[in-house]
Design a protein around this ligand. Structure first.
Ligand code: IPE
Ligand code: IPE
Ligand code: MG
Length: 244
């Protein structure tokens, strides 16, 4: 039987440190179903979801994670009814502005922000500037699609006149170019897919799925995911050193 690493770890901060967990990415899914179950409009779920987002960001920082990425709005989410899209945009900008005032966090928006129009794009860039120097990094995936990100990166390299490119060139040209690849991707909402999230960066990410809807997700669920991460053997295509 495969020997599990870190089985003795009981303290979550210790688990973060010992397992080398630097970057967690979240697919915050299930807001709509959470609201409908309560007989409320989907927007009600997004409000609850934004509050949980702030709580989780704070908790991850407290347990020593330096980088986190959250999937807030995909390039495909634009297909939703206009009133829902509008509500999400407003809520997101408001929540990020609140987080800027409450936390020492540096934000980066990843995704095709410019396609959202000048006023939203300018507001996002302003929030990024105002958060410069924060001691942890939060990447907010907004109008984000993994395929769109790769195409934009490659087009940028072509525009520079590059004849041949390396994996490192692509990694560095992505919107996440200055973040490490995510060590773990957590998806809530009981769906087992990536839905176009961090397609290049997730090559060796550990995947963790929760059947909880995002508004029900809490620090204790982060702990569970961290302990699970710490117990896994990441082989990167090689051989586990305990078995070699
Ligand atoms: C995630 O929750 C938030 C966004 C995709 C913007 P959903 O809105 O997808 O909620 P469900 O999956 O319909 O319950
Ligand atoms: C993924 O959730 C996008 C975000 C969480 C922002 P979706 O609800 O859009 O994913 P699908 O449609 O179920 O794959
Ligand atoms: Mg969904």
């Amino acid at each position: 039987m495969r020997k599990k690493r870190q089985t003795e770890i009981t303290d979550v901060k210790e688990a973060v440190k010992k397992s080398g967990l630097r970057h967690i990415a979240f697919i915050m899914d299930g807001n709509g179903r959470w609201a409908r179950k309560r007989g409320m409009p989907r927007e009600f779920g997004h409000i609850a979801g934004c509050n949980v987002m702030k709580k989780i960001v704070r908790y991850c920082r407290d347990i020593g994670i330096g980088t986190y990425t959250i999937y807030a709005f995909s390039t495909e989410n634009i297909k939703r009814p206009a009133h829902e899209v509008e509500a999400i945009f407003k809520l997101l900008v408001k929540t990020v502005a609140e987080a800027r005032d409450e936390e020492n966090v540096e934000f980066r928006f990843i995704g095709n922000i410019d396609a959202l129009g000048e006023s939203i794009a300018e507001r996002c860039h302003e929030l990024e500037r105002e958060s410069t120097g924060g001691n942890v990094r939060l990447n907010i995936a907004f109008n984000y699609g993994g395929r769109d990100e790769i195409v934009r990166a490659v087009n940028g390299l072509i525009a520079e006149g590059r004849g041949s490119i390396t994996e490192q060139d692509i990694s560095a040209s992505l919107d996440t170019g200055d973040s490490p690849d995510p060590d773990m991707i957590i998806r809530t909402g009981n769906e087992l897919r990536l839905s176009n999230f961090l397609l290049w960066q997730s090559a060796y990410s550990e995947l963790y799925f929760s059947d909880k809807m995002w508004p029900d997700f809490g620090p204790e669920d982060v702990d569970k995911a961290v302990f699970e991460f710490a117990s896994r053997s990441r082989r990167w295509g090689g051989v586990d050193e305990t078995e070699a």
